[in-house]
Write a protein that binds this ligand. Structure first.
Ligand code: ZN
Length: 220
């Protein structure tokens, strides 16, 4: 608490440092140079799990990789803002190019959450922070109670590709909210590699009879 307070106080006095390169030249959470170096992906589905499209905004390299890592492992909570706004730019492009009309009336936002123990360790759930910002930008309501992570799994990056699906099996519990029956569930995660985590979550969402699902990730 006290540390948080001093950090916030220091942010007021000192210039904002870029979450990726650490420079304070532009006084921005993500500096202009880093922003320029992100590797954008096309606004079309990069992956598919169980017939559900996964749209990934960036290649998991350099800037985006550092952004996600600092966000997840180095307590750079402020990375949620640039992460959400980058995703929002991509989201608008996807909607335009694919003729999708996802709006506050017909959609609901959910994310792949971390396990409560990890949230306790980190001090925050990074995907929930992205979701909050993304919800603010899109105007679409975010619901943090639809998906819960009930199994504290080994982080996917530590698991061999062919064992990832097994690692996340049974990791999520989904609650059906009848109000969302006719809405599109927009599922957000930071990163997808094999798609195993999203596949597991989509599987649980479908079992709970959510039929319209679309996934967005920051990187793949
Ligand atoms: Zn930078």
């Amino acid at each position: 608490m006290l540390k948080d307070f001093f950090e916030q106080f220091a942010d007021l006095i000192y210039k904002q440092k870029c979450v990726v390169c650490g420079c304070s030249k532009t006084n921005q959470i993500l500096c202009k140079n880093c922003l320029k170096s992100v590797q954008k992906l096309s606004p079309f589905a990069q992956r598919k799990v169980q017939g559900v499209n996964i749209f990934c905004a960036f290649r998991y390299e350099d800037t985006i990789k550092n952004l996600i890592r600092n966000f997840k492992f180095n307590k750079r909570k402020s990375a949620a803002k640039p992460a959400a706004s980058l995703l929002f730019e991509y989201f608008k492009q996807v909607c335009k190019e694919n003729d999708l009309n996802l709006n506050p009336k017909n959609s609901i936002l959910v994310c792949i959450p971390s396990h409560p123990f990890r949230i306790f360790q980190r001090g925050y759930c990074h995907t929930e922070l992205i979701l909050k910002e993304f919800s603010y930008l899109t105007g679409i309501k975010a619901d943090f109670n639809v998906i819960k992570k009930t199994k504290n799994t080994t982080p996917q990056y530590k698991i061999r590709a062919d064992k990832k699906a097994q690692n996340v099996r049974g990791a999520f519990k989904v609650r059906l909210n009848k109000k969302y029956k006719n809405k599109t569930i927009i599922l957000i995660d930071d990163l997808t590699t094999t798609g195993a985590t999203l596949n597991e979550a989509v599987c649980e969402l479908k079992k709970a009879s959510y039929d319209n699902i679309i996934c967005f990730t920051l990187a793949c």
